[in-house]
Ligand binder design. Structure first.
Ligand code: G3H
Ligand code: 13P
Ligand code: ZN
Length: 335
């Protein structure tokens, strides 16, 4: 058993209390490899933002669970060294399991040093979701690991689950769910979804530049939830904006992305003014990384040193994460 405390990581309790109070959201960025983790830590340290490093079960398989533990620890040590070098204050870092689907997976992550886990029982019945989430909470809290649960289903593809349609969170269920499970935060469904095709073109209007404008998030549902559980930490998954600039670079350099539509950043910014205190972003990182690599290959067809194309990809990620912290989530300066 490795405790996250020995790795220098933080759980999310204090991060969320500050974020709810200060009306900002802590970024939760997914990573699968070294360049992504370097970019996240660099951007969050330089903007002085707390951060949640997210690992999906797919990432855990891809990067190897043992190596991941050391990447979490390495992230903390790299942050401390960089902070000393640059004369910056150290930032809190949580290592979080994203979309855990079984008790065993959550337990394994807790034992290998994760400071926070999500148990996503949203595809089960309400009763089974409560039972599974409660079991994870009881285990996690013994080690002061925080737990995120989910009510309502997001459309899109995740590792373990594929949902064609979203089901909005029912505000009348949240009090019972939070009370019976003891979760520390709650992921809700109010119109966001996973991946780069969050809406169909026919659901959207177009602006003067021909950019799709999707329907607004269901802020009315968020408001009703907040009335039921005032100040309780709320999480938004599927919050990438799917930037048209990144999609354009990808498609101009050999890619074939079609009808890519995300959540406009103003909508996420508006959500941070509520008890939404954690915002999950993965796809935007994937898009900017792919855009930088595709462009590099098109411009430098003879290149074969991975550092030459992963370096620009890492730079593009740093720029994007800083932008999110400073201009979308409001987490810059809140470490
Ligand atoms: O919620 C989904 C995240 O984007 C993780 O995606 O399961 O393909 O690693 P993944
Ligand atoms: P995006 O696909 O919108 O980046 O959402 C990521 C996410 O919710 C990870 O849990
Ligand atoms: Zn998610």
């Amino acid at each position: 058993m490795t405790s996250y405390k020995d790795l220098g990581l933080s759980n999310t309790r204090e991060m969320f209390a500050k974020a709810v109070d200060g009306k900002f959201a802590v970024p939760a960025y997914n990573f699968n490899n070294m360049e992504q983790i370097q970019a996240i830590i660099t951007a969050c340290l330089e903007t002085q933002s707390p951060v949640i490093l997210q690992v999906s079960s797919g990432a855990r398989k891809y990067a190897d669970q043992t190596l991941l533990k050391y990447m979490g620890q390495g992230a903390v040590e790299m942050m401390k060294r960089m902070a000393a070098e640059k004369g910056l204050k150290e930032i809190p870092i949580a290592l979080h399991l994203d979309h855990g689907d079984t008790f065993e997976l959550c337990k394994s992550c807790i034992e290998s040093g994760f400071s926070s886990v999500m148990i996503d029982g949203s595809h089960h019945s309400f009763e089974d979701n409560i039972a599974l989430t409660k079991k994870v909470v009881e285990y996690a809290h013994k080690f002061d690991v925080t737990v995120e649960g989910e009510l309502g289903v997001l459309a899109g593809i995740e590792d373990a689950v594929v949902a064609e349609h979203s089901t909005y969170t029912q505000p009348e269920e949240v009090v019972e769910f939070v009370g019976k499970t003891g979760v520390d935060s709650l992921a809700i469904s109010i119109g966001t979804s996973h991946g780069a095709n969050k809406f169909k073109p026919q659901q959207c209007t177009k602006n003067k530049e021909g950019v799709y404008i999707p329907p607004a998030l269901r802020f009315d549902i968020l408001e009703q939830i907040e009335k039921k559980i005032p100040g309780f930490p709320i999480v938004l998954h599927g919050s990438s904006s799917v930037p048209v600039d990144a999609v354009k670079i990808i498609n101009e350099n050999g890619g074939a992305l079609k009808d890519s539509i995300g959540i406009p950043e103003e909508q996420i910014r508006k959500a941070t003014q509520s008890a939404v205190c954690k915002v999950n972003i993965d796809s935007d990182g994937r898009l900017w990384m792919t855009a930088a690599i595709r462009k590099h290959f098109k411009d430098n067809p003879a290149e074969f040193d991975p550092r030459k194309y992963l370096g620009p990809a890492r730079d593009a990620l740093i720029k994007m994460y800083k932008h999110k912290n400073e201009n979308v989530l409001g987490s810059a300066g809140k470490a």
